[in-house]
Design a protein around this ligand. Sequence first.
Ligand SMILES: CC(C)(COP(=O)(O)OP(=O)(O)OC[C@H]1O[C@@H](n2cnc3c(N)ncnc32)[C@H](O)[C@@H]1OP(=O)(O)O)[C@@H](O)C(=O)NCCC(=O)NCCS
Length: 335
Amino acid sequence: MSEISAAITAVHGYVPEDRLTNADLEKMVDTSDEWIRTRTGIRERRILKGEGKGASDLGAEAVKGLLAKSGTKPEEVEMLICATATPDHLFPATANIISDKVGIKNAWSYDIMAACSGFLYALNTASQFIETGKYKKIVVVGADKMSSIVNYKDRSNCILFGDGSAAVLLEPNTERLGVRDAIMHSDGMGCQFLHQKAGGSAYPASIQTVENEEHFIHQEGQTVFKFAVSKMADVSAEIMERNGLTGDDVDWLVPHQANLRIIDATARRMKLDDKKVMVNIQKYGNTTNGTIPLCLWEWEDKLRKGDNLILAAFGGGFTWGSIYMKWACDPIQKI
Ligand SMILES: CC(C)(COP(=O)(O)OP(=O)(O)OC[C@H]1O[C@@H](n2cnc3c(N)ncnc32)[C@H](O)[C@@H]1OP(=O)(O)O)[C@@H](O)C(=O)NCCC(=O)NCCS
């Protein structure tokens, strides 16, 4: 690794106001609050309402707040990467739209699609640019309006997902803080178990695809669950071992929030005390690319300079990965 590392120097999140509770879902599909809580840990999710609103509206709110709290002028940002599974359009990139909405004019911007691992892929990608020494300010934003692709008649899926976004500012660090290591994986055989079939080039939108409900998330929950449990735990254990870390050395696990049982299994494998695990799935459900930065945002006033963080995710593709970082700043005023 070069002497320059990429450090998160600010984080900000945004979730829409409207809530979809388990009680609401009980009225929509054959389910119960008890079933949802015990199988997933989720109590409610946020939903972005409004004609023509998309992931960029969520992302723009997060980025606006990020720039304000870090005292960064939009024109200082050199690059913006948006991780999303629910882009506003297939093209142009949602990153471009976010940049336009917040007045970022001097940056180049693009999307990364890696389903629920997208934020980690984007963070790892952005880190490489910082480490070269050529880039000083990069925004990485995870934004998803999952409610746009959830079938609210499918009880096994509609209970899981919510809308949300959060963004981080990456800057160079020369104190050996920030991103220290990353392990990323993907395996395309996972496509069959978790995908949105229609709307792309293989199955363009047609009356038939709409009638067949092929624009919604298709997920074989049990299979995905088994892969998620083993892969997220494996990759977290692998990055700890590679960096000589034990459970005692890790201050925080920042896991993707898909199912509380997947998070618990990962924490157990890492031999981590529950108190060191960031969990907010009960409030937001699975916001896909929003989960990890939303956790960082919510916990930012507890994070101390030098804290060892393990970020871990698993998602459609399949994709999975882990990042080891040393937190680079003392608590920042939350706004
Ligand atoms: C979706 C998920 C919560 C389902 O939980 P599960 O314990 O695997 O449940 P199963 O799919 O085995 O279903 C068990 C039973 O509950 C029923 N069920 C499914 N959803 C239900 C709901 N919302 N309410 C009540 N019952 C439900 C099923 O129909 C099944 O009934 P049956 O036994 O009569 O056939 C779980 O598989 C999961 O979290 N998967 C991974 C999701 C994920 O992480 N996705 C994103 C990756 S980033």
